[in-house]
Design a binder for this molecule. Structure first.
Ligand code: ITT
Length: 186
């Protein structure tokens, strides 16, 4: 198995990444040393900076994952500020904010950043389109999963195997794994 350090404090991301990458021959090892999260407009810039910072700090190759939810009618809010909004507002109050709004298109995006010490990072992005549910449904998954619906089912109602077949994280990780095996990095 090819081993990669995944720098994240979020155990759910680790579980999902293992489910997706282990059949592809990649073993994930968690490190939660953290990294400075730039207050940037884009997930790419945050993942890029975080991967480079962590690779140089730990002196080994690393991957990071910066994700967020983008609500069309709110101009893409909260986007890169999703962690802050989850902490300060939470799903219930986010739904209140959306009350009376009929256009509920949204997407979840994930950007994987990968870097080796002293080198420039690569970023791999994935997106899944869906909509904001009217109510919180399901207690599986994490974060925005119980309010993010795809074809009538929230991610909070899906077991990992279902979410992992269509998720933003799956799409980003598959791109990353493809790049690893086609470059000299496997
Ligand atoms: P690390 O930065 O340590 O990896 P984090 O949980 O802070 O962990 P993010 O900044 O990427 O990660 O997450 C932004 C927010 O989006 C945060 O509130 C997450 O719970 C949420 N989130 C991330 N991935 C998600 C997913 O697959 N489904 C639903 N919500 C998700």
């Amino acid at each position: 198995m090819r081993k990669i350090i995944f720098v994240t404090g979020n155990p759910h991301k680790i579980i999902e990444a293992r489910g997706i990458l282990s059949p592809l021959g990649i073993e994930i090892v968690q490190n939660n040393c953290g990294y400075p999260e730039l207050q940037e407009d884009g997930l790419e810039a945050i993942a890029n900076f975080g991967a480079k910072w962590a690779a140089n700090k730990l002196n080994c190759e690393v991957m990071v994952d910066d994700s967020g939810i983008f609500i069309e009618e709110l101009g893409g809010f909260p986007g890169p500020y999703s962690a802050y909004v989850a902490k300060t507002l939470g799903n219930e109050r986010l739904l209140k904010l959306m009350e009376g709004i009929s256009s509920r298109n949204a997407s979840l995006k994930c950007v994987i950043g990968y870097c080796r010490p002293g080198e420039e990072p690569g970023v791999f992005s994935g997106e899944v389109k869906g909509n904001i549910a009217k109510t919180i449904r399901g207690n599986l998954g994490f974060g925005y999963d119980p309010i993010f619906e795809v074809n009538g089912t929230t991610f909070g109602e899906m077991v990992d195997e279902q979410k992992n077949r269509i998720s933003h994280r799956y799409r980003a990780l598959v791109k990353f794994a493809g790049w690893l095996s086609f470059s000299n990095h496997f």
